[in-house]
Write a protein that binds this ligand. Structure first.
Ligand code: NAI
Length: 426
């Protein structure tokens, strides 16, 4: 089954292209890492023989990455990695870039979503770039014939890396993948600051309600959760953290947040943000305890963290009270408000634009150098999940520091020798 490109879907693709291009130009003007790589890729054409299949959140920053890969010589086909996160105008503008075909469209149903992934595979890829691992799993399930030609792939997010590690543990992963998510230049900025800022910004914009003075319950104190908790506290909210890992719970406690089980937090919170990458984090027993008017939002990759099936069964009625906000009325008259259908609130809401541009410049800088590495050194990697080589992560950090005008010290030879030796004592 073949899917339509974005240009075939839209009534006025020209108007969409113009607006999408405007968004891309703004993003690209604030992405110094991608700008530096663009100069290099344009001159050296490291991706001249590559065909890249991508499934990502298609908005302006992602478009800057795609354009960079195309400028580097690759033929690229892309679709969304979430049915609601594509910005159609950006998708249209991207489709107009030389060497790029975009099948990404907003609001697709499950069949259309997978039809578009299938259409992207039609590019006959040598490299994949994923956010959530749907492309990798689709290729393994439906197109194992392509595996011998695949040099490797890159995975953007925690949930995708977990899926790939599970595949590797089961002996099912058949080509090399870089865990882009896990590298410091990504996780410490994108997951922490990106998710922290953009999840709360989107909750505030979607509802036009204040964060200050509220009790914000953050489920999961991993990288994303600690970002949301820190920024919520910075916006003058009281923060409650729920966890299943005792060390992370202790860390949250030492950071000054209240820590308790979700069943207790349920009756305390005004705003709930799930960031666990797990399912059924907020369930029927929690909904039963929640107060009237609470806001429920998810920032984890899949829409399974807030159990909307159970909430739907409990509700006597539902209605869309604002764009991107569905109110579930419970029998006793309490109303619980679910944002962005329980999908990534910072990407799938009507006003969502994803992470701040600067943050994605770093994440996508790492993606770009990993794609270059696969094109140039594929033989160095076997069929498993690989950490991003430290030299690549450092390269991206150095470009960013340079762009910020920040200089740092370097190790002297004596210092390097001292750090490397084991025989210096008191
Ligand atoms: P992480 O692994 O660092 O943190 C997840 C935390 O959730 C862990 O501390 C774990 O113990 C905890 N947890 C698991 N089950 C739980 C439960 N039932 N109740 C309470 N806590 C529980 O992962 P990270 O990097 O923070 O990512 C979390 C999710 O966010 C993933 O799905 C990831 O793909 C997604 N993500 C979303 C982004 C966005 O733009 N919204 C950006 C980056 C990642």
């Amino acid at each position: 089954m073949s899917a339509p490109t974005i240009a075939e879907r839209l009534d006025d693709p020209d108007a969409a292209r113009t607006e999408g291009r405007r968004k891309m130009d703004w993003a690209e003007a604030h992405m110094p890492i991608l700008a530096a790589l663009r100069e290099e890729f344009e001159a050296e054409q490291p991706l001249a023989d590559e065909r890249i299949a991508m499934a990502m959140h298609v908005e302006a920053k992602t478009a800057a990455l795609v354009e960079l890969l195309a400028v580097g010589g690759a033929e690229v086909a892309i679709t969304g990695c979430n049915p609601l996160s594509t910005q159609n105008d950006v998708s249209a503008a991207l489709h107009a870039v030389d060497g790029v075909t975009s099948y990404a469209a907003n609001g697709v149903d499950t069949d259309e979503y997978y039809d578009a992934i299938e259409a992207v595979v039609g590019v006959d890829p040598t490299i994949t770039v994923d956010d959530g691992a749907d492309m990798v799993t689709h290729i393994h399930d439906e197109h194992p014939d392509l595996i011998p030609q695949l040099k490797g792939g890159c995975e953007e997010t925690t949930t995708g890396v977990h899926r790939l590690r599970s595949m590797a543990d089961d002996g099912a992963l058949e080509y090399p993948l870089f865990a882009v998510n896990d590298t410091p230049m990504k996780t410490l900025f994108d997951n922490v600051h990106g998710t922290g800022e953009s999840a709360l910004t989107n909750i505030a914009m979607t509802t036009n309600l204040s964060i200050a003075g509220k009790t914000v319950v953050v489920a999961g104190y991993g990288y994303c959760g600690r970002g949301v908790a820190k920024k919520a506290a910075g916006m003058n909210a009281d923060v409650i953290v729920t966890e299943v890992d005792p060390r992370r719970a202790l860390e949250a406690h030492m950071e000054g947040h209240a820590v308790m089980p979700m069943h207790e937090a349920a009756s305390e919170g005004d705003v709930f943000v799930t960031t666990t990458g797990n399912r059924d984090v907020i369930t029927r027993e929690d909904f039963e305890r929640m107060g009237d008017g609470v806001l429920l939002a998810n920032a984890g990759h899949f829409d399974v963290e807030i159990n909307l099936e159970e909430l739907g069964e409990m509700a006597v009625s539902t209605r869309e009270v604002r764009d991107g906000v569905v109110e579930y009325e419970l029998p006793a008259g309490r109303r619980l408000n679910v944002l962005a259908e329980g999908r990534l609130v910072n990407l799938a809401g009507p006003l969502s634009m994803g992470h701040p541009v600067e943050v994605m410049d770093q994440s996508f800088g790492v993606q770009a150098v990993c794609v270059r590495e696969l094109a140039e050194n594929a033989d160095a990697y076997d069929a498993s999940v690989h950490e991003v080589p430290d030299r690549l992560d450092r390269e991206v950090a150095e470009v960013k520091l340079d762009a910020e005008g920040i200089a740092i010290d370097g190790l002297t030879d004596d210092q390097r020798e001292y750090l490397d030796s084991w025989d210096h004592g008191t």
